[in-house]
Design a protein around this ligand. Structure first.
Ligand code: 5GP
Ligand code: MG
Length: 175
Protein backbone atom coordinates (compact mmCIF):
# COMPACT_ATOMS: atom_id res chain seq x y z
CA UNK A 1 0.00 0.00 0.00
CA UNK A 2 1.08 3.51 -0.73
CA UNK A 3 0.16 6.31 1.70
CA UNK A 4 -1.59 9.22 -0.05
CA UNK A 5 -2.65 11.29 2.98
CA UNK A 6 -1.26 10.83 6.47
CA UNK A 7 -3.08 11.46 9.77
CA UNK A 8 -1.94 15.09 9.98
CA UNK A 9 -2.94 15.91 6.41
CA UNK A 10 -6.37 14.34 6.93
CA UNK A 11 -6.87 16.31 10.16
CA UNK A 12 -5.94 19.57 8.42
CA UNK A 13 -8.31 18.75 5.54
CA UNK A 14 -11.20 18.10 7.92
CA UNK A 15 -10.44 21.32 9.82
CA UNK A 16 -10.50 23.23 6.53
CA UNK A 17 -13.84 21.65 5.57
CA UNK A 18 -15.33 22.41 8.99
CA UNK A 19 -14.24 26.05 8.75
CA UNK A 20 -15.90 26.36 5.33
CA UNK A 21 -19.12 24.77 6.61
CA UNK A 22 -19.19 26.99 9.72
CA UNK A 23 -18.70 30.07 7.54
CA UNK A 24 -21.33 29.00 5.01
CA UNK A 25 -24.15 28.30 7.50
CA UNK A 26 -23.17 31.15 9.84
CA UNK A 27 -24.90 29.70 12.92
CA UNK A 28 -28.07 28.47 11.18
CA UNK A 29 -29.31 25.07 12.43
CA UNK A 30 -28.10 22.20 10.28
CA UNK A 31 -28.91 18.52 9.78
CA UNK A 32 -25.90 16.47 8.72
CA UNK A 33 -26.61 13.17 7.00
CA UNK A 34 -23.72 10.78 6.65
CA UNK A 35 -23.71 8.26 3.81
CA UNK A 36 -22.82 4.93 5.41
CA UNK A 37 -20.55 3.17 5.78
CA UNK A 38 -17.54 4.99 4.35
CA UNK A 39 -18.33 8.36 5.94
CA UNK A 40 -18.35 7.25 9.60
CA UNK A 41 -14.82 8.35 10.46
CA UNK A 42 -15.15 11.67 8.65
CA UNK A 43 -18.56 12.23 10.23
CA UNK A 44 -17.22 11.70 13.76
CA UNK A 45 -14.30 14.07 13.20
CA UNK A 46 -16.24 16.72 11.28
CA UNK A 47 -19.28 17.15 13.55
CA UNK A 48 -17.09 17.90 16.57
CA UNK A 49 -15.69 20.92 14.74
CA UNK A 50 -19.08 22.37 13.77
CA UNK A 51 -20.47 25.25 15.78
CA UNK A 52 -24.15 25.56 14.76
CA UNK A 53 -27.06 23.69 16.41
CA UNK A 54 -26.63 20.31 14.75
CA UNK A 55 -28.66 17.17 14.18
CA UNK A 56 -27.05 14.04 12.77
CA UNK A 57 -28.60 11.24 10.74
CA UNK A 58 -27.46 8.52 8.39
CA UNK A 59 -28.48 6.90 5.16
CA UNK A 60 -26.88 3.77 3.74
CA UNK A 61 -25.85 3.61 0.12
CA UNK A 62 -23.86 0.72 -1.22
CA UNK A 63 -22.59 0.05 -4.68
CA UNK A 64 -19.29 -1.74 -4.14
CA UNK A 65 -19.97 -5.43 -3.71
CA UNK A 66 -16.78 -6.64 -2.13
CA UNK A 67 -14.30 -5.63 -4.82
CA UNK A 68 -13.23 -2.40 -6.45
CA UNK A 69 -15.90 -2.27 -9.17
CA UNK A 70 -19.26 -0.59 -8.61
CA UNK A 71 -22.33 -2.79 -8.73
CA UNK A 72 -25.97 -1.74 -8.61
CA UNK A 73 -26.67 1.07 -6.15
CA UNK A 74 -29.02 0.42 -3.24
CA UNK A 75 -30.15 3.07 -0.74
CA UNK A 76 -31.54 2.32 2.72
CA UNK A 77 -33.07 5.46 4.26
CA UNK A 78 -35.07 4.10 7.22
CA UNK A 79 -32.86 5.87 9.75
CA UNK A 80 -32.99 9.29 8.16
CA UNK A 81 -34.34 12.03 10.48
CA UNK A 82 -37.22 14.34 9.54
CA UNK A 83 -35.66 17.00 7.30
CA UNK A 84 -38.65 18.93 6.00
CA UNK A 85 -37.84 22.69 5.95
CA UNK A 86 -34.36 22.06 7.39
CA UNK A 87 -30.93 22.78 5.95
CA UNK A 88 -29.30 19.46 5.06
CA UNK A 89 -25.64 18.70 4.45
CA UNK A 90 -24.95 15.26 2.96
CA UNK A 91 -21.52 13.89 3.86
CA UNK A 92 -19.80 11.12 1.91
CA UNK A 93 -16.30 9.71 1.86
CA UNK A 94 -15.52 9.95 -1.84
CA UNK A 95 -16.94 11.36 -5.06
CA UNK A 96 -16.02 8.87 -7.77
CA UNK A 97 -18.47 8.54 -10.69
CA UNK A 98 -20.83 10.78 -8.69
CA UNK A 99 -23.80 8.44 -9.11
CA UNK A 100 -24.22 7.70 -5.41
CA UNK A 101 -24.34 11.30 -4.24
CA UNK A 102 -26.63 12.37 -7.08
CA UNK A 103 -29.11 9.61 -6.18
CA UNK A 104 -29.01 10.46 -2.46
CA UNK A 105 -29.49 14.18 -3.24
CA UNK A 106 -32.61 13.29 -5.28
CA UNK A 107 -33.97 11.23 -2.41
CA UNK A 108 -33.37 14.05 0.10
CA UNK A 109 -34.79 16.76 -2.19
CA UNK A 110 -38.04 14.82 -2.43
CA UNK A 111 -38.48 15.32 1.35
CA UNK A 112 -38.65 19.12 0.94
CA UNK A 113 -35.72 20.37 3.00
CA UNK A 114 -34.93 24.11 3.12
CA UNK A 115 -31.66 23.40 1.26
CA UNK A 116 -29.39 20.49 0.33
CA UNK A 117 -25.62 20.76 0.06
CA UNK A 118 -22.97 18.04 -0.20
CA UNK A 119 -19.54 17.51 1.30
CA UNK A 120 -16.99 14.85 0.41
CA UNK A 121 -13.56 14.20 1.84
CA UNK A 122 -12.18 13.03 -1.51
CA UNK A 123 -12.85 13.57 -5.19
CA UNK A 124 -11.22 11.31 -7.77
CA UNK A 125 -9.79 13.06 -10.78
CA UNK A 126 -11.31 12.30 -14.17
CA UNK A 127 -13.93 9.77 -13.04
CA UNK A 128 -17.17 11.76 -12.87
CA UNK A 129 -20.12 10.70 -15.01
CA UNK A 130 -22.55 13.32 -13.70
CA UNK A 131 -22.72 17.09 -14.19
CA UNK A 132 -23.20 17.61 -10.42
CA UNK A 133 -20.27 18.82 -8.26
CA UNK A 134 -20.12 18.59 -4.42
CA UNK A 135 -20.27 21.94 -2.58
CA UNK A 136 -17.36 21.14 -0.24
CA UNK A 137 -14.37 18.96 -1.24
CA UNK A 138 -11.51 18.02 1.07
CA UNK A 139 -8.93 16.66 -1.37
CA UNK A 140 -8.64 15.87 -5.07
CA UNK A 141 -6.84 12.55 -5.50
CA UNK A 142 -5.61 10.53 -8.48
CA UNK A 143 -7.73 7.73 -9.96
CA UNK A 144 -6.61 4.92 -7.67
CA UNK A 145 -8.56 2.65 -5.34
CA UNK A 146 -8.06 4.03 -1.84
CA UNK A 147 -8.67 2.66 1.64
CA UNK A 148 -8.48 3.88 5.23
CA UNK A 149 -10.15 6.66 7.23
CA UNK A 150 -13.52 4.92 6.74
CA UNK A 151 -12.97 3.54 3.23
CA UNK A 152 -12.79 -0.21 2.82
CA UNK A 153 -11.67 -2.97 0.53
CA UNK A 154 -13.85 -6.06 1.11
CA UNK A 155 -14.83 -4.53 4.49
CA UNK A 156 -11.22 -4.30 5.69
CA UNK A 157 -8.99 -1.26 6.32
CA UNK A 158 -11.70 1.20 7.44
CA UNK A 159 -9.85 1.72 10.72
CA UNK A 160 -6.56 2.95 9.24
CA UNK A 161 -5.84 6.50 10.42
CA UNK A 162 -4.30 7.35 7.03
CA UNK A 163 -5.47 7.08 3.43
CA UNK A 164 -3.64 4.63 1.20
CA UNK A 165 -3.88 3.49 -2.42
CA UNK A 166 -4.05 -0.26 -2.91
CA UNK A 167 -1.42 -1.87 -5.08
CA UNK A 168 -2.03 -4.96 -7.26
CA UNK A 169 -0.67 -7.40 -4.68
CA UNK A 170 -3.07 -5.99 -2.04
CA UNK A 171 -6.04 -6.95 -4.20
CA UNK A 172 -5.22 -10.66 -3.95
CA UNK A 173 -5.06 -10.71 -0.16
CA UNK A 174 -7.71 -12.71 1.66
CA UNK A 175 -9.13 -11.64 5.03
P1 5GP B 1 -19.70 6.85 -6.94
O1 5GP B 1 -21.17 6.55 -6.89
O2 5GP B 1 -19.37 8.31 -6.82
O3 5GP B 1 -19.04 6.22 -8.13
O4 5GP B 1 -19.05 6.08 -5.75
C1 5GP B 1 -19.17 6.54 -4.47
C2 5GP B 1 -18.98 5.41 -3.51
O5 5GP B 1 -18.17 4.36 -4.04
C3 5GP B 1 -18.25 5.94 -2.31
O6 5GP B 1 -19.16 6.38 -1.33
C4 5GP B 1 -17.45 4.75 -1.87
O7 5GP B 1 -18.22 3.97 -0.98
C5 5GP B 1 -17.19 3.96 -3.12
N1 5GP B 1 -15.84 4.23 -3.69
C6 5GP B 1 -15.54 4.94 -4.81
N2 5GP B 1 -14.22 4.99 -5.01
C7 5GP B 1 -13.66 4.30 -3.98
C8 5GP B 1 -12.29 4.00 -3.61
O8 5GP B 1 -11.30 4.37 -4.26
N3 5GP B 1 -12.13 3.27 -2.47
C9 5GP B 1 -13.18 2.82 -1.73
N4 5GP B 1 -12.89 2.10 -0.64
N5 5GP B 1 -14.46 3.10 -2.04
C10 5GP B 1 -14.69 3.82 -3.15
MG1 MG C 1 -19.87 5.05 0.20
Amino acid sequence: MKILLDERELRQGVQRLAAEVNRHYDGAPLTIIGVLTGSVVLLADLIRLLEMPLRVGVVQASSYRGGTEAGELSIQADFMPDIEARHVLLVDDIFDTGNTLVEVVKLVEALQPASVATLVLLRKTGRQRVSYEPDFVGFDIPDEFVVGYGLDYADAYRNLNYLAALEPEDLDRKF
